[in-house]
Ligand binder design. Sequence first.
Ligand SMILES: *Cc1c(COP(=O)(O)O)cnc(C)c1O
Length: 418
Amino acid sequence: MASHDLTTGASSGLSIETKSIHAGEPRPRPAGAVVMPIYQSSTYEYTGATDYHDVKYIRLNNNPNQLALNAKIAAIENAEAALVAASGMAAISTALLTVLSSGDHLVALDCLYGGTHGFVTKDLPSFGITHTLVNGNSAEAWQAALRPNTKAFYVETLTNPLLQMADLKGIVEFARAHKLVTLIDNTFASPVNFRPAERGFDITLESCTKYLNGHNDIVAGAAAGRADLIEAMKRRLDHLGGTLDPHACFLLHRGLKTLAVRVWHQNESALRIAEFLHKHAAVSKVNYPGLAEHPQHARAAELFHVNLPAQRQRNLPPYQGGAQGGGFGGMISFELHGGLPAAEQFLSRTRLATVAVSLGGVETLVVRPAAAVHSNLSPQERAKTGIADGLIRLSVGLENTDDLLADFEQALAGRAHR
Ligand SMILES: *Cc1c(COP(=O)(O)O)cnc(C)c1O
């Protein structure tokens, strides 16, 4: 394999949009190709590997397309190493099965992505791995959950669909003090807004199906973090088989090159839409970490490197924030005064937003989580988590913001002053 020139993160001094294009690209360029070609070969001439995991075979996560992506994602995340996988869930399940063994105990946030919640609560017990779900803002709860066999702490950057943010700095300190491995699902923020490795998290997980690919057309995942843990994950993934196919690698590679400019636009557009919804008479509640009313607004601004005074004055260059600057992300959720019927009317009236699950792509998507993403919970469980039946989740795409605002205005029309 050719060497990678521009791989490593902070030391390279390059901005994220530059790294997303140049990091991890093989040098010399294969046959001079400016764009990384697809290596559609399941096996490679034997070169004397003595370790099974070093044999060049498509499942063993060492195809040139996989290796280039690993280097690029490590650079983007400012992490020591990275590993792509066949889906976000392949990355998450492989990470947990790498860090945890039979007899171990996991502490995790009490509001997890549905697939992860199912894996932790239904699958891990059958491997002899127990768990305690905790409030992300209660150090007392973390302490009370601790057992002699606790090995890891699992969190998400922003919760789905309420966009709450746990005390991430406190959790890293707590985990360090108790020698726990920290894992964080950073899908909602993306590495443009938050790079957990810079804040001491051991393993960052991304569903690349969402922002990293960004075009709603593949399934892929990635883990980034400590080199020893990523290498151990590679060996487990070699056996579990959740390897990313070279064709999907190519599409993810292409999508990644525009990650930063996409997310910067989505940050700015989502902030304007959240402010519009917040002021709209038909809207009763908006969850968006960029609003001053959000309970963890200051925490999110700090961790996401948002220059708040500049943002308030709209005094920012076209793509705000500068080299390391971020925003509050492209995900919003909100409720209407008319509850469930009003929400259904909004979903049926919007023309630019498609009603569909998933997020992070160029198309704006809306969904009613109680009907889709969280339909596996009972009404009582949903009530406990604060997910109202009429709650709408919005993934802001790359359409013109004014076009989206006009569409939402007409979809909300007639619902004012209720
Ligand atoms: C979509 C998603 C996942 C799972 O990713 P897949 O690529 O669908 O396997 C995990 N976590 C979060 C927060 C997600 O949004």
